[in-house]
Design a protein. Structure first.
Length: 133
């Protein structure tokens, strides 16, 4: 279970709201897998996670570009990598009847927390602290 806490706040209201929504989706997916809920529910949650992630990444990248956040190219590359991984997971789940592992859920949770705390927050903080941006 991923808990929303102050370390996940980047101090941009739209991004913080989207991050909170991502926490909720990850927790719903985690719960559905751990409780062996229906494949239809798990598939629907995977679809929701992919759609939300793509919307969030596009929104975040646009906001970061407008603020002149440093390291945007590398940041976008990380987004593309996770997007491709989510597409592969969804395809494997849909096409081959593959299951979602607890290890995968842990990976997604860790990726999300690490990305926010080590990439998003410092980028937004640097943009806010540098008045020339």
């Amino acid at each position: 279970m991923l808990e929303w806490n102050s370390s996940l706040i980047v101090h941009h209201p739209d991004i913080d709201r989207q991050h909170l929504e991502m926490v909720v989706l990850l927790n719903l997916l985690n719960e559905a897998v751990r409780e062996h809920r229906s494949r239809q529910l798990v598939g629907s949650l995977l679809d929701d996670l992919l759609v939300h992630t793509r919307h969030h990444f596009a929104s975040e990248e646009q906001i970061m570009a407008s603020l002149g956040c440093p390291g945007l190219d590398d940041h976008c590359a990380m987004h593309r990598t996770l997007d491709a991984q989510l597409v592969d997971v969804r395809a494997g789940f849909q096409n081959s009847g593959g299951a979602i592992s607890l290890d995968l859920l842990d990976y997604l949770k860790n990726w999300f927390v690490t990305h926010i705390t080590e990439m998003d927050a410092p980028s937004f903080m640097a943009a806010v602290q540098d008045p020339t941006r």
